[in-house]
Write a protein that binds this ligand. Structure first.
Ligand code: PLP
Length: 455
């Protein structure tokens, strides 16, 4: 039997201990159906929630592990937070709709939903001994933060296993949340060094008190996204399509564990969309059976996860990490924002909301644009996608040398990708010798552009 597909209690005494413990804590677990349709959450609890900090480790916050959190992440909305990107920005006629994951509690990313989706089935089937066992959360960052948050709330011991090269923001968060600093295990490498994480897990698993919650093979991850993320996207589409003029054509999501993609199976049935999976071009596992390093943090782990329903996936879309890096810079620097608002005349509110797009969200949007162009979609067509997290988790990325700075040479265009796919035609660059993109981003002079050979 695969983990997460059990239908009944596997170990009654363990289950009974869990029930007793949750009874003492006065803790009830939210049902998938409540997370899919949070309006069904008890009104008393909902009122209590309004007084509770969404980032505090309290059991009530389990009832915020859904897409309907409001702008302040405290109130609940009737439609999940989303962006509708105008053709002037994307350069394609189709309407690109992005569900916003930064509103999820505790970790500001929807991976807390996957973590709950993996641990809850273990708890309710008696497959996790809350008194004795430790939940081990292998990931490149967001899933293990979600796991640590859910474990802490439920009084379970937990360990995060992640590569040492992941963003400083992730480690700072983990250090605040773990009970003991030794509960963070740093493995060699960075984003695409998933094998090293699992080598460590194989060692940890020799101790039966360590339960490895492998998001790549836990069907709870698939099911929770199909049952919760799918309907949330359907609600967003209905709200955007209130005039009934749009046809939903595609759902696009990058694959890390393949969990988010499961929403595509729901949407295919509910709305008739086709599903596109996004990969980093530098790690084109599905496209070319290839692998490599990239910086679209959270995705592309050199293998096809067990829970990725490849039989229901219609397109594979490669996006270079220079594209997401470059747009992260454009969207999150004063220079980039003023270019978009002053020179390109985009609505400042729209440009301000682009900070809710993390690196993989940008890649998802670029892939949606690419797919819309490939399919020749028009103004009456919509593509749905997700922003797993926001740019706030990547501020230190703006200080790093980028993949598109070669030998510290000018000029490098950070807009090469958007030039290609999104119709923005200005060239920006980095001051020679500077590794700090935030201060160095500026418009290149005509002479610099000429000397560079960029046309
Ligand atoms: C930032 C980010 N984007 C995308 C993904 C991929 O999501 P999934 O694992 O559901 O495929 C992850 C997964 O950890 C992530 O952290």
């Amino acid at each position: 039997m695969f983990n997460g597909l059990e239908q009944g209690i596997i170990d009654q005494p363990t289950y009974d201990r869990t029930v007793r413990r949750f009874g003492e804590m006065n803790c009830r677990l939210p049902k998938w159906s409540e997370l899919a349709h949070p309006s069904s959450i008890d009104t008393g609890l909902q009122q209590r929630l309004e007084q509770i900090d969404p980032d505090s480790p309290v059991t009530e916050n389990l009832f915020r592990v859904h897409w309907y959190n409001g702008l302040d992440r405290k109130q609940r909305e009737t439609v999940p937070g989303h962006l509708v990107l105008p053709p002037a920005l994307t350069g394609c006629d189709a309407t690109i709709i992005v569900a916003l994951g930064y509103r999820f509690p505790m970790i500001r990313a929807h991976k807390v939903l996957a973590a709950y989706g993996c641990l809850a089935p273990r708890l309710i089937t008696g497959q996790f001994d809350i008194d004795r066992q430790r939940a081990v959360w292998p990931s490149t960052g967001n899933y293990c933060r979600g796991g640590v948050a859910i474990s802490k709330i439920l009084g379970c011991r937990s360990t995060a296993v992640l590569p040492e090269g992941m963003s400083r923001e992730r480690f700072e968060w983990l250090e605040d949340w773990v009970i003991d600093k030794n509960d963070i295990i740093r493995t060699p490498g960075s984003e695409s060094n998933v094998k090293e994480i699992y080598d460590t897990c194989n060692e940890l698993e020799k101790d039966p008190d360590n339960v490895i919650l492998n998001q790549f093979s836990e069907f709870g991850n698939y099911i929770v996204h199909r049952a919760v993320t799918g309907p949330a996207l359907e609600t967003i589409f209905s709200a955007v399509n209130k005039d009934g003029n749009l046809t939903p054509r595609c759902y696009v999501a990058a694959s890390g564990s393949g969990g988010t993609l499961a929403a595509g199976d729901y949407l295919k049935q509910a709305l008739g969309t086709r599903t596109g999976v996004v990969e980093a071009l530098e790690c084109p596992t599905l496209l070319y059976n290839g692998y490599g390093e990239h910086n679209i943090q959270g995705i592309g782990d050199k293998h096809v996860p067990l829970i990725h329903n490849v039989f229901n996936t219609d397109f594979v879309i490669g996006i270079p990490d220079a594209a997401s890096d470059g747009l992260n810079l454009l969207f999150n620097t004063t220079g980039g924002q003023s270019y978009l608002t002053t020179e390109k005349q985009f609505d400042p509110t729209l440009i301000n909301s682009l900070r809710h797009l993390g690196l993989s969200a940008i890649a998802n949007i670029l892939a949606s644009i690419k797919l819309a162009k490939y399919l020749g979609l028009g103004a009456a067509d919509a593509v749905l996608t997700v922003a797993t997290d926001g740019a706030e988790l990547y501020t230190t990325e703006l200080e790093k040398p980028s993949t598109y700075i070669q030998d510290n040479q000018l000029p490098i265009t950070c807009l090469s990708s958007i030039n290609e796919v999104a119709n923005v035609s200005s060239i920006w660059g980095i001051t020679p010798g500077s590794n700090n993109k935030t201060s160095a981003l500026r418009r290149l002079t005509a002479a610099e552009i000429h000397n560079s050979g960029i046309t």
